[in-house]
Ligand binder design. Structure first.
Ligand code: SAM
Length: 280
């Protein structure tokens, strides 16, 4: 349904978890209730990566509700959680799972137009790798729902358009510019703020009386991490070629980059930001 393969989400997860802001996760933890289980809602959960990152950091008792439009990803969440090296066994149930200090239920839902209903009874909203996909009106819907329910929001790993390849190539900047332009196109939610999404979300929340912290949480993909580098080269080249006035030059860039990656001499940093917002 969504076009995000479980294999891609599994491949990126270690890079996501290394990049994410532990400080913002702990700052969220400080805002959760401690006299009862905390209710957390994960929007566009994929296979549950945010739960795997956050559950050990948040502490206390946690009740998670995971929503995603793609039933195949939710089906994969069960085995991803079972395979999670959390140091303690994970128990599976139909449509859910539990481990020490946490339990989770998941449900296939389209997030558009129903955030107020989906956040009922929540203590916090989390999401990851989502804001750069969505539209400006949906960011408003998110900010409105958080404001109406006075909920903290942790939105991790929003792409901000920076791509830093080492060593440099003469076409890196032109390809990155086309990649950023592609990010502003409609990828299922309407035209997207793309690389400006985290800043746009911060502004919407500040306008609703929230305090906001943003931190850079860039992926670092070292030389020799060939599988991830090849995915990134193909992904960036594919997106850039769709919008570039010079698709042939993008293809030539792609071939040069694939050769460098295969030779084990290419590394990459991908700009991301984590955002934590809470009502004042
Ligand atoms: C880049 S993935 C991120 C998944 C997960 N949060 C993670 O960090 O691994 C984006 C997710 O958005 C979900 N998605 C896309 N459109 C959606 C919609 N309209 N409603 C709910 N989820 C949607 C996709 O199925 C996918 O799981």
């Amino acid at each position: 349904v969504s076009g995000f393969a479980p294999r891609w989400l599994a491949l990126r997860e270690p890079y996501d978890h290394r990049a994410r802001s532990r400080a913002l996760a702990l700052a969220l933890a400080a805002r959760l209730p401690r006299d009862r289980p905390a209710a957390l809602v994960d929007l566009a959960c994929g296979t549950g990566s945010s739960l795997r990152y956050l559950a050990p950091l948040l502490g206390g008792e946690q009740r998670w509700r995971l929503y995603d439009i793609d039933p195949a990803l939710l089906a994969a969440a069960g085995s991803a959680l079972e395979g999670w090296e959390s140091g303690a066994p994970v128990r599976r149930a139909p449509g859910g799972a539990s481990g020490p200090g946490w339990s989770a239920r998941w449900e296939a839902r389209d997030l558009r137009g129903q955030l107020l209903a989906l956040t009922e009874g929540a203590d916090a909203v989390v999401t990851s790798a989502l804001l750069d996909l969505v539209s400006a009106p949906w960011l408003e819907e998110l900010a409105d729902a958080c404001a109406a329910r006075r909920l903290p929001l942790l939105a991790a790993l929003t792409v901000d358009g920076r791509l830093r390849w080492t060593p440099r190539d003469r076409a890196d900047e032109a390809v990155a510019a086309a990649f950023r332009a592609h990010q502003r196109t409609d990828r299922g939610w309407g035209p997207s703020p793309g690389p400006a999404a985290a800043a746009a979300c911060a502004a919407l929340l500040e306008a609703r009386g929230f305090a906001v912290r943003l931190e850079r949480t860039d992926w670092r993909i070292p030389a020799g991490h060939t599988e991830m580098l090849l995915e990134m080269i193909e992904g960036v080249a594919g997106a850039a070629a769709e919008v570039s006035p010079r698709p042939g030059a993008v293809q030539r860039w792609r071939r040069r980059r694939l050769a460098r990656a295969a030779a084990g001499v290419l590394s990459l940093e991908v700009g991301h930001a984590d955002l934590l917002a809470w009502p004042l």
